[in-house]
Ligand binder design. Sequence first.
Ligand SMILES: [Zn+2]
Ligand SMILES: [Zn+2]
Length: 339
Amino acid sequence: MAELMKAATLTFPREVRKRPLRIGEVARPEPKPGQVLLRVRVCGVCRTDLHIVEGDLPPLRPGIIPGHQIVGEVVAGTTGAGATEELAVGARVGVSWMGGTDGTCRYCHLGLENLCDAPTFTGYTVDGGYAEYAVVRSDFTFPLPNELDDLHSAPLLCAGIIGFRSLRVAGVKQGDRVGLFGFGASAHLAIAVLRSWNCEVYVSTRGASHRQLAASLGAVWVGSETDKPPAELDCAVTFAPSGDVVVAALASLRKGGVVAINAIHLDRIPQFDYDRLLWGERQLRSVTNMTRTDARDFLKIASEIGLQPKVTPFPLDQANEALIAVKEDSIDGAAVIVM
Ligand SMILES: [Zn+2]
Ligand SMILES: [Zn+2]
């Protein structure tokens, strides 16, 4: 008889207010060679989880356990090839959305593992961290800085890393004028990195509480999603799953500037005026997944600048409610499920 664990599994994708996650007992997974079994301490909640649970991303496996910002403790694993000192039993590690790559496709060979043709996604193609235990690939785990406790590490693992990658894709340089369009879990971490690079940050977002948070974190200007920043931006990152926001960001850009779209799903992109908005060598780029280098570089910066994400904890029993909170933007910062 397999041992049991408590987990949140997706029954079938539907609107999150109908509570598509079932909280109950399932068989505890066993690690195979190259994998470790983690006792999950906390798991961050990401907007991508919402897209999976509501079916915006097509279901790939029935009964999937979502969650890809896992902070866990190694309880068992392989000691063969691939095992490192960091992965001793008892080690505290983080796991993110990229749960593995094939290592053989042209993108992996080009050093673009975020674009791998056959990737494994934690909490989407394989079970994730909305559970008491999770099995993960040992070479896709990251040691976590001691400065950060479990609760505050979790939102760094996707929101933080992908927000950081977005800054790279947008080509942000020291002292740039940077626009952040939308101000949720990812943006409130990106602003701390930008401030440490002496950037001027302009935040355009829905909701008075998000605007207050942005101002308190050092934005030089905050406005609603229909306000235009008062200065031309060197680059911008959009975080909202809305094409209107992408066009608004483009309209705020100087010539040669870049908009990086940090969204795995957009409603659509409306028609826009090429001559006025894109001509002038402005660029529109998407941000896709992350590399392990992004993760390590970001976690290092996070520990150096003492990044303290704003978090709201939820018990595992309330996994549906945590997703509702993300959908309704009813909390500042990040939702985190605590086992
Ligand atoms: Zn590959
Ligand atoms: Zn995510």
